[in-house]
Design a protein around this ligand. Structure first.
Ligand SMILES: Cc1cc2nc3c(=O)[nH]c(=O)nc-3n(C[C@H](O)[C@H](O)[C@H](O)COP(=O)(O)OP(=O)(O)OC[C@H]3O[C@@H](n4cnc5c(N)ncnc54)[C@H](O)[C@@H]3O)c2cc1C
Length: 179
């Protein structure tokens, strides 16, 4: 269905790899695209003749249980995110398919199971670490809403900080059975 051929794919393991990939692509004057979960059906994560920056191996997640926030690297899938956060009885709105990428989903708004109560995935974003595509420079804790309306290729969205809610699946199931 998607018939595009990038010149190369840079599999990034960490932020330094991302910066090197952006810098290299700029030096070669080739287009860049970013692949996270690879779930966009139109294949928008693949560019023709350019460099695909594949962040799917960047999976560090840090969970602050007292603040109830999570920092999730761009390569986490929803399933990996939910598995990690559920250990602490925390959850937030994510999509229904566990292979989807957290970063692509939140960039698109993010519709999911908990949205009736907590809004879209993007509504729960507190801040975002990102890189400027023009030179790979790092920008810490940007306000996500300031980016709305700006074309996606201006920034590479790296590590969102997400507000979490107390939620345990077992408790929800047993209370549903009781009622
Ligand atoms: C079977 C299926 C079920 C779905 N279910 C839901 C659902 O329940 N709820 C919902 O809201 N959506 C759903 N979607 C849509 C999905 O959330 C979007 O297609 C989303 O953009 C996929 O994100 P990804 O990271 O997996 O995909 P990718 O294809 O990797 O990325 C999607 C787009 O975001 C860009 N992007 C990704 N990561 C970054 C980054 N770090 N920095 C800059 N740009 C980036 C890519 O370049 C691309 O343009 C579903 C899609 C499918 C195919």
């Amino acid at each position: 269905m998607v018939d595009k051929r990038p010149a190369a794919i840079a599999y990034c393991s960490n932020a330094d790899d991302v910066v090197s990939a952006v810098t290299f692509a700029r030096s070669q004057a080739v287009p860049i695209s970013v692949r996270a979960g690879g779930h966009n059906v139109a294949g928008s994560c693949v560019c023709e003749g350019g460099l695909v920056i594949d962040v799917s191996r960047m999976k560090v997640i840090s969970i602050d249980t007292s603040e109830r926030t999570v920092r999730a690297e761009a390569g986490l899938t929803l399933g990996e995110f939910d598995t990690a956060t559920q250990r602490f009885g925390l959850a937030t709105t994510m999509g229904v398919n566990s292979d989807t990428g957290v970063s692509g989903l939140t960039l698109g708004g993010g519709l999911g199971w908990l949205m009736a109560k907590y809004g879209l995935a993007a509504d729960n974003l507190l801040a975002v670490e990102m890189y400027r595509w023009s030179d790979g420079s790092y920008l810490e804790d940007q306000d996500f809403w300031r980016l709305s309306g700006i074309e996606r290729p201006v920034y590479l969205y790296a590590t969102p900080k997400i507000e979490m809610r107390d939620f345990t699946v077992t408790a929800a199931i047993s209370s549903a059975r009781r009622s």
